[in-house]
Ligand binder design. Structure first.
Ligand SMILES: C[S@@+](CC[C@H](N)C(=O)[O-])C[C@H]1O[C@@H](n2cnc3c(N)ncnc32)[C@H](O)[C@@H]1O
Length: 278
């Protein structure tokens, strides 16, 4: 997205973010990645610039029990097989400290959001009530629950289980829910399978799902993803004509996200290829 495609106001808002955060790890026409800790970066964000917080933080699922300190591959990948995808940090907090931590970065994001902004945060069945609390503690007004049905490939420890087939996206708004005239209402349930060729992170979300979710951002508007991982929110934003800022602690994932965004800017979806063992 070039300056030509944006209103002066939208262009200035994006410039204000860049001025406050300094040099990005990667930048391409309205999409930028900053490498670092989300709370540190979030403390420097300007007020009232983002149209939405859309994020998929580490779930810290089950971290209060036997999973304390477990590598995410053991928790989130079938039989621990990551197919060469790098691991990631930040997934160690127990439920109490997870809620506190989420309320801090959600609160920072809220200040950086406009009055009409949406807040969408991913979570799983274990952390759902905790995340709904954190969304509200951070200051968003809780408005509902979006479900993402991953399909029957989803985990069921044995035959006695109902599959853990859905992940959830509690959503809210900073002020009243905007009365849109150009788009919406948005679907509250998405059945979109995880395709290995489109999964660049151990817990990566489908690009199509994120393309659907970024519709809440107006064309040319800006989304914030403080845990962008392999950059799916940013790729979706690029494909859908939105701007986006991502934070990510891992340099490896920043690099993967940058390559995916460059491909998206050429109108291509980068395919996941398992690294060749050396
Ligand atoms: C669940 S993943 C996001 C995956 C992403 N939605 C995708 O499709 O690729 C969460 C990401 O947050 C990053 N992370 C964890 N703690 C962080 C922190 N304190 N600051 C910034 N990033 C962090 C991890 O490295 C991980 O890549």
């Amino acid at each position: 997205m070039t300056r030509k495609n944006l209103s002066l106001k939208k262009y200035r808002q994006a410039e204000a973010v860049k001025l406050s955060l300094g040099k990005p790890f990667f930048e391409s026409e309205g999409i930028a990645i900053y490498q670092g800790d989300s709370l540190e970066l979030g403390s420097n964000l300007p007020h009232s610039v983002f149209d939405a917080l859309i994020s998929d933080p580490p779930y810290c699922s089950g971290a209060a029990g036997t999973a304390v300190g477990a590598d995410p591959s053991k928790k989130y990948c079938h039989s621990g097989n990551t197919l060469g995808r790098p691991s990631f940090g930040g997934d160690f907090r127990d439920q109490r400290s997870f809620k506190y931590w989420c309320s801090l970065w959600i609160g920072q994001a809220l200040r950086a959001c406009k009055e009409t902004a949406y807040g969408l945060v991913f979570t799983d069945w274990r952390q759902l009530s905790t995340m709904i609390d954190a969304l509200q503690a951070g200051g968003f007004c809780f408005k509902g629950l979006i479900s993402w049905n991953k399909g029957r490939g989803a985990r069921a420890p044995h035959k006695g289980f109902f599959r853990h087939q859905c992940e959830y996206i509690p959503w809210g708004t900073k002020g009243a829910v905007p009365r849109l005239t150009d788009r919406g209402p948005f679907d509250g349930c998405y059945s979109i399978p995880v395709l290995q060729k489109d999964k660049h992170h151990m817990t990566g979300k489908p690009t199509e799902l994120m393309q659907r979710l970024v519709q809440c951002v107006p064309k040319g508007g800006i989304a914030l993803d403080p845990f962008c991982g392999s950059g799916t929110t940013l790729v979706a934003s690029a494909l859908e004509g939105r701007q986006a800022i991502g934070f990510e602690a891992s340099e490896e994932y920043c690099e993967i996200a940058a390559r995916r965004i460059e491909a998206a800017k050429r109108g291509e979806l980068m395919k996941y290829e398992r690294p060749v063992a050396v």
